[in-house]
Design a protein around this ligand. Structure first.
Ligand code: GLU
Length: 469
């Protein structure tokens, strides 16, 4: 059997971390078994589905690198097929028209509540012979009345539902459009899915869907309902807890592999291992190892993973992602030193790519402003002289390399009987506008003589300007 899994988001918002975790587990399971992973956009709710949301989902999947083998399929392209199946169910006697009005249903519910019964449709239209004039009916599925349905769930074990608890589900609205539980079954069936991996908020839909599968004479797929993700306050993870959209993690400077590594541990573990490369995830993951209990989102751990991946990934890979962040700062990283070389200098010193981009701007953009505190401390009147001396020394360098640059900083400090920091720090502020940079000699080398010298000159002028005030 070829394993076929799917991710089936409704495009009513962005791709959030819960959805991404579902997508990841489905993707991993398919990859692990050499199977196929399918993307299906469940856009039948025409009022709530938007094109922006479809794009956001596709963008999120691409950024995470969760490639799909088939799709994206759109349910709105398959209405004819759903109609066909609804007609088949009507024909077989497994579905029927229901002419009950809103008021009638409300009255029924009131009565049931008064009798302390669970409100549910009582199937009164099952035996209706003649259509009611002037009423556009819905179509309901004729759920079995006796016995029970067992959802054989890989994560939760067997979960039993009594058919008496399930009422006759609406499968087509008055305008003939199909509803969620029907379209999911038709698609899971037509797309030959062997495993349905999804959030446990869908567990209650599964017995209904299983009954529809059976009515269609189809084999029921294997289910795996993933445990909920909670925020750090124990409530279901939501916008309230900060970034939840996958793309907002990109915006905040996370690498996709850090987020994936983080997500794989939400509900799954392998001993006490925390770091998993994508290849390791694929080989070690198994859906049967997913646990039942909810897991909590922990931003500190995500940051820790991000820092790990920033430190250990190839500079080329990081440069690829960093380049996007440089773009958001209006910087074209092809206009200046090689971004890969910049990454090599910065890899050890950033927790996020936002931080790295911000601290690397000076390689591409002239410093036009100095941080107030940094300037106050390091661009004093006395610093002008040091900067001027260093300008002369560096301007005379035959070879613009870290080693001779370092030697001159040292010589200058020895001659003046001051610490090297007293020489280095004013230069650092001159070239970065701040006091944060990788070691100064290599930074100057990478920055290039022209930019470096012009920044030192500008700092001297700036100090002199202040003296005249
Ligand atoms: N479209 C559903 C959702 O976004 C998922 C349906 C499913 O996975 O069966 O919640």
């Amino acid at each position: 059997m070829t394993i076929r899994t799917r991710f089936a988001p409704s495009p009513t918002g962005y791709l959030h971390v819960g959805g991404a975790r579902t997508a990841l587990f489905s993707w991993l399971y398919a990859r692990k078994h050499g199977g196929q992973f399918i993307l299906r956009i469940e856009d039948t709710d025409l009022e709530r589905s938007t094109a922006e949301s479809v794009n956001a989902i596709l963008e999120g999947m691409t950024w995470l690198g969760l490639e799909y083998d088939e799709g994206p399929f759109y349910q709105t392209h398959r209405f004819d097929r759903y109609k066909e199946v609804i007609a088949q169910l009507l024909e077989q006697g497994d579905a029927y028209y229901c002419y009950c009005s809103k008021e009638e249903l409300e009255e029924l519910r009131e009565q049931q509540r008064a009798n302390k019964e669970k409100p549910r449709y009582d199937g009164r239209c099952r035996h209706l012979q003649a259509p009611k004039e002037g009423v556009q009916p819905v179509i309901r599925f004729k759920n079995p009345t006796g016995g029970s349905v067992i959802v054989n769930d890989v994560v939760r074990g067997n979960v039993e539902f009594q058919n008496s608890e399930l009422d006759d589900l609406i499968i087509a609205r008055p305008d003939g459009t199909p509803t969620y539980n029907l379209t999911v079954v038709v698609d899971d069936l037509d797309m030959g899915l062997t495993h349905v991996i999804r959030g446990d908020d869908h567990l209650n839909n599964s017995p209904r869907q299983i009954n529809i599968f059976k009515a269609l004479g189809a084999e029921v797929p294997i289910f795996a309902h993933l445990p909920m993700i909670l925020g750090d306050d124990g409530a279901r993870l939501s916008k309230r807890h900060g970034a939840v959209s996958v793309m907002s993690y990109r915006d905040e400077g996370f690498l996709p592999e850090a987020l994936l590594n983080y997500l794989v541990r939400l509900g799954w573990s392998h001993g006490d291992q925390e770091i998993f490369s994508i290849d390791e995830m694929v080989s070690l993951f198994d859906i049967t190892d997913v646990n039942k209990s909810a897991s909590s989102f922990n931003t500190d751990k995500l940051l820790w993973l991000n820092q790990h991946y920033i430190k250990t990934s190839s500079p080329e890979h990081i440069a690829h992602h960093l380049s996007w962040h440089m773009g958001t700062l209006d910087i074209d990283p092809t206009q200046g030193p090689s971004l890969v070389e910049v990454v090599k200098l910065q890899q050890e010193r950033a927790k996020t790519l936002v931080e790295m981009a911000s601290n690397s701007q000076f390689f591409y953009k002239e410093v036009t402003e100095y941080d107030e505190k940094a300037a106050k401390k390091n661009l004093k009147q006395a610093s002008a002289e040091i900067l001027e001396e260093m300008y002369q020394r560096l301007a005379g360098l035959a070879e613009w390399k870290a080693e001779p640059i370092h030697a001159h900083i040292k010589e200058c400090s020895v001659a003046r009987e001051i610490g090297m920091g007293k020489v280095a720090q004013p230069i650092r502020v001159a070239i970065t506008g701040n006091t944060i940079s990788p070691p100064l000699d290599v930074t100057l080398e990478l920055l290039g003589s022209e930019r470096a010298l012009s920044a030192i000159r500008a700092a001297v002028a700036w100090i002199k300007d202040r003296a005249e005030d």
